[in-house]
Design a protein around this ligand. Sequence first.
Ligand code: NAD
Ligand code: ZN
Length: 242
Amino acid sequence: MHVFVLTGAGISAESGIDTFREPNGSGLWSRFDPMKLATPEAFQQRPAEVQAFYNWRRQRLIETRPNPAHLALARFGQELHEVGGRLTLVTQNIDDLHERAGSSDVLHMHGELLKARCLVCQGVSECRGEISPHSRCVACGQIGALRPHVVWFGETPLFLDLIAEWLPTADLFVAIGTSGAVYPAAGFVAEAHRHGVKTCEINLDPADNASLFDQSIYGLASHCVPAWCERTLASLKAPPSG
Ligand code: NAD
Ligand code: ZN
């Protein structure tokens, strides 16, 4: 069985990472204007302000921990592999909580907060501290050319070629903690349907594209994801009936 999981900000919410859109207006993009902080134009016009925003988010990320949903998905991947299955884990999150929980080969389609990219050589390097105008690229030595390795509005998400190749080969597509508001990720469920892949949503509130899913599970990720992983593995391990 090939399970293709897409995660969004909701899976990291209980670790203390802000989601983007909350019904009560407390989401990150309600408090901060993404057009002023998360676009290539903003970075060109106000680099110090944009770097400060990502330096702040990087520092907060380092202080968090994976929650039971990240841990359950990591175990699920290992156990699925042991019974001959495969997990593809794609995340819109720029945090590293899936990796810290033990997942490997995570496709970060919106980049990674703990990495920096050099505008001169395009080299990507680990980055746990602040990026400043004095930061030096470890690959080419250039000073002042580093930016956060995140995908900003107006830029193309990463790994779209692999996603387009692997999604149609899945038996099941599961979207966890994502509002289904931003494309191309919001279009994965329709793409899965086109290829006869079963679909399931695990979310706190129905996503914008909720009606497209075959199955919906609503509740906290820390509760629903471990329970779903357990049920799915149990059904795979159960002896055939009849
Ligand atoms: P999101 O904040 O849009 O959605 C979070 C989802 O997680 C919601 O469906 C919410 O119900 C759910 N959730 C919250 N807490 C949860 C919990 N404890 N357990 C389970 N589910 C929980 O985040 P997203 O879908 O990952 O966003 C994807 C991308 O879209 C992001 O990169 C973001 O920048 C972008 N975005 C932009 C805007 C905008 O205003 N421009 C708005 C939303 C998202
Ligand atoms: Zn460089």
